[in-house]
Design a protein around this ligand. Sequence first.
Ligand SMILES: NC(=O)c1ccc[n+]([C@@H]2O[C@H](COP(=O)([O-])OP(=O)(O)OC[C@H]3O[C@@H](n4cnc5c(N)ncnc54)[C@H](OP(=O)(O)O)[C@@H]3O)[C@@H](O)[C@H]2O)c1
Length: 288
Amino acid sequence: MNKSIVFGASGQLGHCIKIVSEEMGIVDILFPNEKVANILETKLLEELFEKERPAFVINCAAYTAVDKAEDEIELARKINKDGAANLAELCNTYNATLIHVSTDFVFEGNQASPLNETDIVEPINIYGLTKLEGEKSITDTLDRYFILRTSWLYSEYGNNFVKTMLKLGQERPLLNIISDQIGTPTYAIDLASCILNIINSNSTSYGLYHYSNEGATSWYDFAKAIFNISNMPVKILPITSKEYVTKAKRPSFSVMDKSKIKQMMNFEIPYWRDSLEKCLSNIRSTAR
Ligand SMILES: NC(=O)c1ccc[n+]([C@@H]2O[C@H](COP(=O)([O-])OP(=O)(O)OC[C@H]3O[C@@H](n4cnc5c(N)ncnc54)[C@H](OP(=O)(O)O)[C@@H]3O)[C@@H](O)[C@H]2O)c1
């Protein structure tokens, strides 16, 4: 009834949606690989939509290399903007609802209170700009969409901050971590549950939503929590963004207000540290 197709199925979030859909007993969901589900290959996409006629399309496919995007503008734009536009157009033709994932990096980051969906967007890097262009190409084309902006995504799968810290913590006794960027970590398993719950709810409250875990922290305090929960005796020192220059600038504050999605879905969102404990516990149990 609610046949869904996940694009970007082999990425971190795609993987988490697979895990959660299995736990929830959802069977009518497809995870095609990039060979048959490349969001830039319109002919292939058309064939896939024609064959499967999905009710929901979940777009986890993206160009996510934030620093590299500064040098690969056209590729980042192709995937994050044109790819999203391709899916939006096909969803329009086939009457499917598009669930698309976007980012807190659409914000400049100079605000001091949690950002809501109507706050002004002003990306300060190419990744954020192309993701914003992707959002716009969807809202210009389609009525039936849910765009979920998320932040600081991590899980036991793929490459992310938690896994990088665990690796570096085993290699080095001392780490310098940025303390002047404030945001909210999001366990990709929680975001995956949110996406599947939207599908199950059959909600028609289409629109733009913010979803992250609850609370706020800095990368420094996030790293401290990772080592503390993992009982790793790593010393970490706080440093400023000026002391650790990256090719792409990052917003200094990107905590998002989740009131809208909480009201729409009538659910509680886990606090970031509680979800981190779950993720680390899963990582520990698979390492045994
Ligand atoms: N990670 C974060 O911290 C974060 C924060 C905020 C928002 N987000 C957003 O959350 C979503 C999921 O992120 P993630 O962490 O799961 O990213 P990810 O692990 O990098 O996964 C993205 C997937 O998209 C695939 N892909 C790239 N180009 C494609 C194409 N043309 N057609 C089909 N698939 C393609 C990638 O394949 P290859 O690996 O083969 O290129 C990869 O498997 C993205 O929209 C991202 O912008 C992420």
